[in-house]
Design a protein around this ligand. Structure first.
Ligand code: ADP
Ligand code: MG
Length: 566
């Protein structure tokens, strides 16, 4: 079986086709979303998901989040004494999802489809694929997130041609994609958005409101303990307002322990600036796709933050109609990836029909030309596969030497839309030694093949020099070789990961520690002694006793976790 994975900036999810129905798989805590957070515990064991997210609050230096933003870069992320590349951290999240699915279904997870933002470039896609390989998974396909959303809602396989918009508001990013279904081909017509606007900004607005009500001076608000308590309370209040017109949240001790009340209407007016910022990317994408509102057949809301009623209302205003209501907008992409996995696994003909995607950026090479007066100008972009070409695509262009007795021919690969190569993204390149001949005598055929995963392969044929070479951009762009993947995979596999069967107990301790910090007086003393007792039980290693004590502690903590949608 092939599994579908939404590897999100904030949350990740794994899903599969259960008797043909896309179904999310719960993690060890019985939850469908797993926070994309990695942390180290005091024994230097790796924690992934909810426990790691708890540590974002209690041990911020030992935990990292939002590394999807860095995918495709060579940045190193410090975690304890070690450094990780973004794809290493993503691999740890993938492994955790796979382990949850294996435990739930009692079946090995080997093959997966992973979704990526439509605007991800070649390097970011390769990093995602690499993350899969580092996790020991075989990545059968990368699918654009909006395409996955369309697949899940069955928009992809309807008969008529139509255009629709996917409005995805996650934790830290806002993505707008306009897709067109045309003769069974799905095309991403335009993408836009704001990569620094998401649900977290709405949490921050709530933090501000709480801080204002408590009259906290600005300097105080940024103290780590205060800031983390504010964030925690704000997230709870924000989620409560997705359900009710009013929220009531017990504030942590660091904030004085009083109760914070807020009405949805007040919160919404405070957020009006954020709502305003959501408008322009939508309008821009519509302009790019040369679309009028009336031309949109459907609007799909995706992402956890679209659970907020004000976002649904904004969408209704923007599009002049109510968006379809889907109960779990944060599961859409994973469920769509599972549909894609089913298609990839089964019927190739069907797959071609509904899954044809397009390449989001033009791919080409650099050439020199003589202008009208015969002066040589370089750095000119020669597109080989143009933006929005339906993939898989294979195109060839021929270039030739421009100077007499040229010794070398350099072939570079660029991605972008500018006529000046230096303004586009350089993906790789290579220099060839060629026979000394007159200008134009030595010709090179450059073939670009862009596959359904958005990965580029380049074949270069220089007949006169007897050169026929396959350029794997992977290697050329200073990226990783097979041996290196294997080495890094083993390194990751050797990391001590916190045992899955102890995650539940771990969560009790982590959230207990956080509660201890949040509460005051007697309640705090209770929590402290319960945790000590539980630690003593864990030491004795009697599974039955641990289970009973764990269940009891869970109920006790839950009773104190007021307003805690966390
Ligand atoms: P990503 O695509 O970034 O991984 P998600 O689609 O999981 O993110 O969305 C995460 C965001 O959704 C967070 O900002 C979270 O606060 C927000 N969110 C989740 N559930 C709710 C809710 N019930 N009400 C309001 N916001 C929510
Ligand atoms: Mg997402």
């Amino acid at each position: 079986m092939i599994f579908g994975i939404d590897l999100g900036t904030t949350n990740s999810l794994i899903a599969y086709l259960k008797d043909g129905v896309p179904t999310p798989i719960p993690n060890v805590f019985g939850e469908f979303t797993t926070p994309s957070v990695v942390a180290l515990d005091e024994n230097n064991e790796i924690l992934v998901g909810r426990n790691a997210r708890e540590r974002l609050y209690t041990a911020p230096r030992q935990s990292v989040a939002s590394f999807k933003r860095l995918m495709g870069s060579t940045e190193q992320i410090a975690l304890g004494k070690r450094h990780f590349r973004p794809e290493d951290l993503s691999a740890l999240v993938l492994r955790s999802l796979a382990a949850d699915a294996e435990a739930h279904l009692n079946e090995r997870v080997e093959e997966v489809v992973i979704s990526v933002p439509a605007y991800f470039n070649d390097t970011q896609r390769k990093a995602t694929r690499l993350a899969g390989e580092l996790a020991g998974l075989s990545v059968k396909r990368l699918i654009n997130e909006p395409t996955a959303a369309a697949l899940f809602h069955g928009i992809a396989d309807r008969e008529d041609d139509a255009t629709f918009l996917v409005f995805d508001l996650g934790g830290g990013t806002f993505d707008v994609s306009i897709l067109e279904r045309f003769s069974g081909v799905m095309e991403v017509r335009a993408t836009g958005g704001d990569s620094f606007l998401g649900g977290d900004d709405f949490t921050e607005m709530m933090m501000r409101l709480i801080a204002e009500q408590l009259a906290l001076p600005p300097k105080k608000r940024t103290e780590p303990k205060i800031a983390s308590a504010l964030r925690f309370a704000a997230e709870s209040a924000k989620r409560a307002l997705s359900e009710d017109k009013e929220a009531e949240v017990q504030l942590p001790a660091a904030l004085g322990g009083s109760v914070f009340r807020i009405a949805a209407s007040d919160y919404e007016s405070a957020c009006s600036g954020l709502l305003q910022r959501l408008r322009s990317p939508v309008e821009q994408a519509m302009r790019d796709a040369r679309l009028q509102l009336a031309g949109l057949a459907e609007i799909v809301l995706v992402g956890g933050a679209t659970r907020m009623p004000m976002i649904r209302r904004l969408a209704a205003q923007l599009f002049g109609r109510l968006p379809a209501r889907y109960p779990d907008p944060d599961q859409t992409i994973a469920l769509g990836a599972a549909v894609c996995a089913g298609l990839v696994g089964r019927d190739a003909a069907f797959e071609e029909m509904v899954l044809a995607d397009v390449c989001p950026h033009s791919l080409g090479t650099s050439v020199s030309e003589r202008d009208a007066r015969g002066t040589m100008i370089g750095d000119i972009f020669l597109p080989i596969i143009e933006r929005n070409t339906v993939v898989p695509a294979s195109r060839v262009k021929t270039v030739q030497t421009v100077a007499d007795f040229q010794e070398k021919l350099r072939i570079d690969i660029y991605q972008g839309e500018s006529r000046q190569c230096s303004k586009n993204v350089h993906l790789g390149g290579m220099e060839f030694t060629i026979p000394l001949e007159k200008a134009g005598e030595v010709k090179a055929d450059i073939r670009y093949t862009y596959d359904v995963n958005g990965i580029l392969d380049v074949d270069i044929d220089i007949g006169r020099a007897g050169i026929s070479k396959n350029l794997l951009i992977k290697k050329l762009s200073g990226d990783v070789s097979e041996e290196e993947i294997e080495r890094r995979r083993l390194e990751l596999a050797e990391l001590k990961v916190h045992p899955r069967d102890q995650e539940q107990n771990r969560l009790l301790l982590e959230s207990g520690d956080r509660l201890y910090e949040h509460l005051l007086g007697d309640e705090r003393q209770f929590v402290g002694s319960w945790l000590d007792e539980f630690r003593a039980v864990l030491e004795r290693q009697d599974p039955r006793e641990i289970k009973a004590a764990g269940d009891a502690l869970k109920d006790r903590l839950a009773a104190l976790e007021r307003g805690g949608a966390w």
